[in-house]
Write a protein that binds this ligand. Structure first.
Ligand code: GLN
Length: 579
């Protein structure tokens, strides 16, 4: 075996190839993510609720498919073939997103009558107008309750109940279908790719190799290096040449990832191969099945995601009742699966094993809260950046809303080594915080990040825009929180779960992130604001809406973080020395 050979920063030389493969894959994914919400809201002109619904459903599926992709690799394909196949599907998906057709045409329905909308100007100066009896009227949202139509001199010509005012876009159903098919391909491709590239990294190290955690830290740097590059480049290209150019670059990155592992020059021979007892006879069945799953996932998207914006006062039960089928399936699997696995552990495991499993499950449940807040980055926070953030950098130049997503990846690359050194130094002195405390810090951190932005929003100018540095500050705090949870969580699972079911527990970990993505979509829906032609009708109302939602989720997460801190000691006892 070539294991243990020092070839690259004191790590097996194969890590270098897995690093670049994953770097380019994440380049594609996060480049696409930097564009997606704005693409939905400003090209397809979906209202905010629908945008959040599509985005939430998509990302929930992105984190659900690894469950199946991991299983298929373990049984039939082996990790490497799965990664190659997933890479091709994802590249096809991003490529499909390049075809969006003409931008949707905005219109408004006022008291049942349909009016064409024209949008003039960009950014600050942009206004929306309807033409009524040859008169051009400017649309102005007042609050949640009414919309005013203003004449040329700014006086109100007409006031409409918000309930009787609906804005939307006339979009091509063909290109909408193509969009959802492209996204479906990405979710399935990711299922084949993401869990298995990580498994391959793990396979580079023998059991008990001290370098394993450091290896994953390096790998995590590759993830974020790819992300930060594309989060700058893809929105730039989308601005300069059109959406297609941004998604096109994501597709090219993904192809680079595929080429790196397809033509590995034998570097990865013997790693991630097909399991010994499996033959190639099933390969084409699996590939064909995955392609057939594309329309199935598309169906899930188009029919089962739906609207979940809660009715006022509907209560938690009424709320669950109104969840679309996909939400019910996700929550159901999670709420039944977790106790079922625990019950199994109680029956089959020793007392110590059972207690360790309880600890793992408790942390997995807290994990849902973290990602629910954290993943606002791709949805509500990007819309906040577009609408209520002053995007100028020291007055020199402006970045685009999608580019603000880059802050997270940047801070991870900058801080991951610092944290690695910090934890080591603390461990040497015997003062490294345990996993529950780190999770608690992460939960409080992700909440405080939002509260920091809420604080900054008090200093918004007359244009209702908050300075960019407040948003950057949120991402700095979120990145520190991420470093307390994300890398820690994966190794925690491998250490706490009963060996026989570690694969399934990994699946439950991903399932918890999937549930979180779904809930994150719901939170983003609650943060919906009224738009016409993809632009908000009242910046003050939108700022207040975001601040309300961010305040609520911020305090909830801080509170849950404190709760976790309080139970950290008993939880630690259940972990029986696992660090
Ligand atoms: N940013 C990391 C990645 O994309 C972690 C994301 C997550 O686990 N939710 O791999």
């Amino acid at each position: 075996s070539t294991q243990g050979k020092d070839g690259w920063f004191g790590h097996p030389k194969q890590l270098a190839r897995l690093f670049t493969t994953e770097m380019w894959e994440r380049f594609g994914y996060y480049g696409m993510r930097a564009l997606l919400t704005l693409y939905l809201a400003q090209h397809f002109l979906f209202d905010d609720t629908t945008t959040a619904s599509i985005y939430g459903g998509f990302t929930a599926l992105v984190y659900l498919t690894p469950l199946i992709g991991g299983l298929i690799a373990d049984r039939y394909l082996g990790s490497k073939r799965s990664v190659k196949f997933g890479a091709i599907l994802m590249a096809l998906g991003y490529f499909t997103l390049c075809f969006g057709g003409e931008a949707a045409k905005p219109y408004a329905t006022i008291d049942g009558q349909r009016y064409e909308v024209t949008v003039e100007g960009k950014g600050e100066a942009q206004r929306q107008f309807v033409t009524d009896d040859g008169q051009k009227l400017q649309i102005k949202g007042n609050d949640d309750k009414t919309v005013s139509l203003l004449g040329a001199d700014g006086t109100e010509v007409r006031k409409v109940d918000a309930g009787n005012f609906k804005a939307s876009g006339e979009r091509s159903s063909f290109y909408t279908m193509l969009l959802l098919i492209g996204l479906s391909m990405v979710t399935i491709g990711n299922g084949f790719f993401k869990p298995n590239i990580s498994t391959m990294v793990g396979s580079l190290y023998d059991q008990g190799d001290q370098r394993r955690d450091a290896g994953f830290t390096i790998f995590y740097m590759g993830i974020n290096l790819g992300s930060l590059l594309s989060q700058l480049a893809c929105p730039f290209l989308a601005d300069a040449y059109g959406w297609w150019a941004g998604f096109g670059l994501a597709a090219i990155g993904m192809l680079a990832s595929w080429a790196l592992i397809q033509f590995d020059g034998g570097r990865l021979d013997g790693y991630g191969e097909r399991p010994a007892d499996a033959t190639s006879s099933r390969d084409w069945l699996i590939y064909g099945g995955a392609l057939l799953a594309v329309p199935v996932v598309w169906f899930l998207f188009s029919n089962l995601m739906g609207y979940v914006k809660p009715e006022a006062g509907s209560g938690i039960l009424g709320y669950i009742a109104t969840l679309p089928i996909m939400g019910k399936l996700l929550f159901g699997t999670f709420l039944i699966g977790v106790p079922a696995i625990l019950f199994w552990s109680y029956l089959k495991g020793s007392k110590v094993e059972f207690q360790m499993m309880i600890a793992a499950m408790v942390l997995i449940i807290f994990n849902v809260v973290f990602w629910t807040l954290f993943e606002q980055a791709g949805s509500s926070l990007t819309l906040f950046a577009d609408r209520n953030t002053d995007l100028s950098v020291f007055g020199w130049f402006s970045i685009s809303a999608g580019q603000t997503q880059f802050f997270n990846a940047f801070f991870i690359v900058a801080l991951a080594p610092v944290f690695s050194i910090l934890w080591n130094a603390m461990a040497k002195r015997g003062i490294e915080p345990g996993i529950p405390i780190k999770f608690g810090i992460g939960l409080m951190g992700v909440g405080f990040g939002f509260l920091f932005l809420v604080w900054g929003s008090q200093f918004a100018g007359d244009d209702f825009k908050v300075g960019l540095w407040w948003l950057a500050g949120l991402y700095l705090i979120h990145s520190i929180a991420e470093l307390c949870i994300s890398p820690v969580g994966l190794s925690m699972i491998t250490k706490l779960s009963i060996a026989r079911i570690v694969g399934m527990m990994m699946g439950v970990w991903f399932l918890s992130i999937s549930v979180a993505q779904y809930v994150a979509g719901v939170v983003a829906q609650v943060a919906s604001v009224e738009t016409v032609g993809g632009q908000v009708t009242n910046l003050k109302v939108s700022l207040n809406t975001y601040v309300d939602v961010f305040t609520t989720i911020g305090w909830i997460s801080v509170g849950i973080g404190v709760l976790l801190m309080l139970i950290a000691y008993p939880l630690k006892r259940l972990m029986h020395g696992v660090k």
